[in-house]
Design a protein around this ligand. Structure first.
Ligand code: UD1
Length: 421
């Protein structure tokens, strides 16, 4: 198992190229199931979750080719010959449940291991199943598997989600493009990754309108051709590097992304006193004066993303005063707090609210990564902690950040990946 060793105290200065978004790439790769033709998907980030997705597609019989050096994946949809996403793969990546919509749409049958809980909460899939049932699917849940069938094919329907779930919106969008008739999704998630999925599906001939708003309308078509798409940039990765730069009192420019993807986190960084400037293709955050505390509430897009909560919390340990962070999306997403506390952070949790007292002087320690974004917050804190911070269990990090230590080294960080027995 690998670990990261960070020697804190080096200011981060420079430019970093943002990779394709993991959370856009995963549903888009699964959307290739919808066509019997060849799909070409570019700007794929090099991440463990992408490899898991390819294993799921391979297990369904699809032929996949990952051209690592050009970040491109080719998928041959003609060889689809299975409808099962097995436990060993779903266990390592919950997003595998996104095969459900495409498989039911194309093969009228799907068998997917029930994802179960994860470190950040229970994360049920009831919205996905209820909506697919409305479209004509029937499910049987037994022995840890969801067995789904749509013997008469999926029918376009009016779906109203109780909450704008990202995954459920994606699953239903993928199911509806090949359903018979029209589908209207109400209270749809509006995240940029949903918009990217809709663009990818449209490149296959799907008829979709309203993506990026709470109402998405789809006119089902009989068949889709292969996809040709370049994945949108990763707004969570970008925000992570901006926070990393600011905590070190540095100046970091993220390239390949524009501010429309991240208005809420950028306005909060401005409110805290950072100097933010942007071009059509880059965003710069510069430390110019001591940071002010913030009040943050995680919300569905366009609100502040839960996936940036941990990184902002690390940054706010250095703000002048008390910040309050409310987590409203996942019930157990403060797992990074005890680890940040080991580095010297002063954080109190009451229910879903964390109060962060700053500024505190952090000092290096051995800490444990508990989930993807928690790992990123530990790196951010480690960058200014006195002495050495060792972060263990970084396999979480490799699921979602491409070459993170190399990108940080380029910005001036002292960070080493080490093999731990
Ligand atoms: C996606 C992202 C994840 C992000 C999250 C919220 C991917 C691969 N993952 O996860 O990084 O943190 O959006 O922005 O894109 N819920 C239900 N029933 C359901 C579905 C969801 O109760 O059937 C609840 C969840 O438990 C959670 C909330 O709805 O409390 C939001 O979850 P959702 O938007 O579905 O998150 P994911 O799609 O799993």
């Amino acid at each position: 198992m690998d670990r990261l060793r960070i020697v804190g105290g080096k200011p981060l200065i420079g430019e970093v190229e943002i990779s394709g978004a993991k959370n856009a790439a995963l549903p888009i790769l699964f959307a290739s199931i919808l066509s019997s033709e060849k799909s070409v998907i570019r700007n794929i980030p090099l991440l463990a979750d992408i490899n898991t997705t390819l294993k799921v597609l391979d297990s369904l019989g699809l032929k996949t080719l990952f051209k690592l050096e050009n970040h491109t994946i080719e998928i041959d949809g003609s060889t689809l010959n299975s409808h099962e996403a097995p436990y060993e793969l779903v266990r390592t990546m919950r997003a595998s449940v996104l095969v459900l919509g495409p498989l039911l749409a194309r093969r009228k049958i799907a068998r997917v291991s029930l994802p179960g809980g994860c470190a950040i909460g229970a994360r049920p899939v009831n919205f996905h199943l209820e909506a697919l049932e409305k479209m004509g699917a029937v499910f049987n849940i037994e022995a840890g598997y969801i067995d789904g069938a749509a013997p008469n094919g999926l029918k376009g329907s009016k779906i109203e989600f109780p909450f704008p779930s990202v995954g459920a919106t994606e699953n239903i969008l993928m199911a509806s493009v090949l359903a018979e008739g029209n589908t209207r999704i109400e209270n749809a998630a509006c995240e940029p990754e949903i918009v990217d999925l809709a663009i990818a599906l449209r490149s296959m001939g799907a008829k979709i309108s309203g993506e990026g708003t709470p109402i998405i309308e789809v006119e089902g078509v009989k068949a889709l051709h292969g996809m040709n798409h370049s994945v949108a940039p990763d707004r969570i990765e970008a925000a992570t590097y901006l926070c990393a730069g600011l905590i070190t009192k540095g100046k970091v420019t993220v390239t390949g992304i524009n501010e429309n993807f991240m208005k809420s986190p950028l306005s909060l960084l401005k409110e805290s006193g950072a100097l933010i400037s942007s071009t059509a293709n880059s965003i710069t955050a510069e430390y110019v004066k001591p940071l002010l505390p913030l009040r943050i509430t995680t919300e569905p897009f366009p609100g502040f993303p839960t996936d940036m909560q941990a990184q902002f919390m690390a940054l706010l340990t250095q703000a002048n005063g008390e910040s309050v962070i409310s987590e409203t999306i996942f019930e157990n997403r403060f797992m990074h707090v005890p680890e940040l506390t080991r580095l010297g952070a002063k954080i109190d949790i009451k229910g879903n609210e964390a109060t962060v007292k700053g500024p505190v002087s952090l000092s290096g320690a051995i800490v444990m990564a508990t989930d993807l974004r928690a790992s990123a917050s530990l790196i951010i804190a480690g960058l200014i902690a006195k002495g050495e911070t060792i972060i263990r269990r970084i396999y979480h990090l490799d699921r979602g950040y491409e070459h993170i230590e190399q990108k940080l080294i380029k910005l001036g960080a002292e960070i080493y990946r080490e093999h731990e027995k």
